[in-house]
Ligand binder design. Structure first.
Ligand SMILES: [Zn+2]
Length: 121
């Protein structure tokens, strides 16, 4: 290896440079710890979690229509918040369920309005 102070080639087992007297071993030790921490850094990154089962089920049930979609989407959204996993599918299921509920209310109102005059007879 080479001395960091003067650039002179020195033997690996010497503690200090025979040319300038600067400590050589300390430098190599610092370099080793630096590479060690660099290698450890990718391990500390959080693991990306996938969408949870409740959100997927909620989305599918929401597409079919009905209260199950709403229930599963709410559970999926709560689960996603706890696990810090993607919420997109749970929110989509919730929105679709809300659209279905609006359609149900609209049809119920429409049918009750149509059936009301008939019930008088
Ligand atoms: Zn030196």
């Amino acid at each position: 290896m080479f001395c960091k102070n003067c650039g002179q080639q020195v033997e690996d087992n010497v503690e200090s440079c025979p040319n300038c007297g600067a400590k050589v071993k300390e430098d190599t030790f610092a370099q080793n710890t630096q590479t060690y921490t660099n290698q450890n850094q990718p391990m500390q990154q959080p693991v990306q979690k996938g969408t949870n089962g409740f959100a997927i089920a909620g989305f599918i049930f929401a597409l079919l229509g009905g209260l199950l979609g709403l229930i599963f989407s709410i559970i999926g959204l709560v689960q996603a918040k706890k696990e810090n996993s993607p919420k997109g599918l749970a929110i989509a299921g919730l929105v679709i369920s809300c659209i279905w509920i609006v359609i149900y209310i609209f049809y119920f109102a429409l049918f009750s309005a149509l059936l009301d005059p008939l019930s008088n007879y």
